[in-house]
Ligand binder design. Structure first.
Ligand code: HZT
Ligand code: MN
Ligand code: MN
Length: 423
């Protein structure tokens, strides 16, 4: 508890015209400890009541002419780690950090895009929207901000930047990995609890961050529990910290909350078989898992690593199982024999060319013009070339919430790169 949150200097300052008096949803917009960049534009907010223009969504490089993107929230490591540090060490830390300057800047670009994409969505979300409309708002904005839908540089390099993974829009008892397939008619309802999980990648560096959307305030304690649990995971994270200890801290905070729904009181439970994870270039899961409970894993976080810290709370069993139609897939690492089925071979080329090992979904294959590919896709899955990531759901009738941030473990401090003024 000795660590402090240091000033976030260059954080995410929105353009004045992007500020809205009140978001259409009440959740993501709940005030957080760190009100990022809100003062700078606060005064202008009331003067103009201009309608938001969609032409604010353009290649983000046009808004940052020097191509240097704002830093996230800086956070000190625990004091005991800090106290050992001498001035000489500090200098060596900074020199070591500078070796990764381009990587950090790519992560900050992805994060700035993430904040703008989710702000745009939060302004548009209303009950009775279809989930297909929701994911299209997110993914079309991501493509515009990253410039991948333009002619030119990125056209022939589809993996250079853009959507990092399928937009998750999992409802109620489903916690993760739902995105609509073609023809899905699901509508977002006033009583729903929707986890919006958005990925943006720049040169393979993936920003992975998620929040929960509700319209009914009866879920507020559930959302607060999970938001606080995630912030606890972020605070506890650091170089040489054991993963089990992060899980223990998350669990303690999560279970300290209760939520009353329709006359019944629930102690909020962590989903014990869901995890945060480190992230490697073009690989959403780098091999380490950050538990939401004390699980005994003695593995430590290390300098230079990049983690998605995510927690899920539930009124259900606290254990998710795969269920429902699969939408999410990713190619497994390694070299594979050429598929004998010609349709599988050509589908694999589409996957290699457009995603590599980045996760994708059926809609992304549809928009590339692939048709009747399901048999071929399932054959790639059967041969272990492609992995499926089915929806992960708690018991029927339960409600799950999620918050997630991407953090960077610099030598001297950690950076909550995806932090915004919304969560
Ligand atoms: C898999 C497929 C995707 C990674 C976590 C996650 C969304 O549950 C080790 C720990 C996108 C992400 C992932 F399309 N998963 N973060 N955001 N889902 S995971 C995982 O498979 S593997 C957690
Ligand atoms: Mn995520
Ligand atoms: Mn994640």
């Amino acid at each position: 508890m000795a660590e402090t949150v240091s000033d976030s200097t260059a954080m995410a300052v929105d353009h004045a015209e992007e500020k809205r008096a009140s978001p259409a949803v009440e959740n993501g917009g709940n005030s957080v400890e760190n009100a990022t960049g809100s003062d700078a534009n606060g005064a202008k907010k009331n003067k103009k009541k201009k309608k938001k223009k969609s032409n604010n969504i353009k290649n983000i490089e046009l808004m940052f002419p020097d191509l240097k993107y704002p830093e996230g929230e800086w956070m000190d490591y625990h004091q005991d780690h800090n106290l050992q540090r001498t001035t000489d060490e500090e200098k060596r830390y900074l020199a070591r950090d500078a070796e990764h300057a381009e990587r950090w800047n790519d992560m900050r670009k992805g994060s700035e895009i993430h904040r703008r994409v989710r702000k745009n969505l939060q302004n548009k979300l209303k009950p009775d929207m279809s989930l297909t409309d929701v994911v299209n708002v997110v993914e079309n904005a991501t493509r515009k901000f990253t410039g991948v839908d333009e002619n030119g540089d990125h056209k022939d390099r589809p993996k250079s930047q853009g959507v990092g993974f399928p937009t998750g829009v999992s409802l109620n008892h489903c916690a993760a990995h739902f995105t609509p397939n073609a023809g899905d008619q699901t509508i977002l309802r006033y009583e729903d609890v929707m986890k919006v999980d958005i990925g943006v990648q720049v040169n393979g560096y993936i920003v992975d961050s998620a929040f929960t959307v509700t319209f009914d305030d009866k879920y507020d304690n559930l959302l607060t529990a999970v938001k606080e649990a995630t912030n606890t995971g972020v605070r506890e994270s650091g170089i040489d910290v054991r993963l089990t200890d992060i899980g223990e801290a998350i669990q303690e905070v999560m279970e300290s909350y209760e939520v009353e729904l329709n006359g019944k009181t629930y102690q909020v439970k962590p989903c014990r078989n869901l995890c945060g994870h480190n992230i490697a270039p073009y690989k959403i899961h780098g091999g380490k898992s950050v538990p939401l409970v004390k699980n005994g894993d003695q593995t430590k976080m290390e300098e230079g690593e990049h983690f998605a810290i995510e927690t899920f709370g539930t009124t259900g069993r606290g254990y998710v199982i795969s269920g429902g139609e699969v939408s999410h897939y990713a190619k497994n690492e390694g070299s594979w024999p050429t598929p004998s089925l010609s349709k599988a071979k050509s589908l694999l080329k589409t996957i290699d060319d457009n995603f590599g090992t980045l996760p994708f979904c059926r809609r992304y294959l549809d928009r590339l013009g692939e048709e009747k590919y399901l048999f071929a896709l399932n054959s790639l899955v059967k041969h272990g070339i492609v992995e499926e990531y089915p929806p992960l759901c708690d018991i029927q009738g339960s409600y799950t919430a999620q918050y997630e941030h991407t953090i960077l473990l610099h030598p001297h401090k950690k950076e909550v790169v995806s932090r915004g003024d919304d969560y």
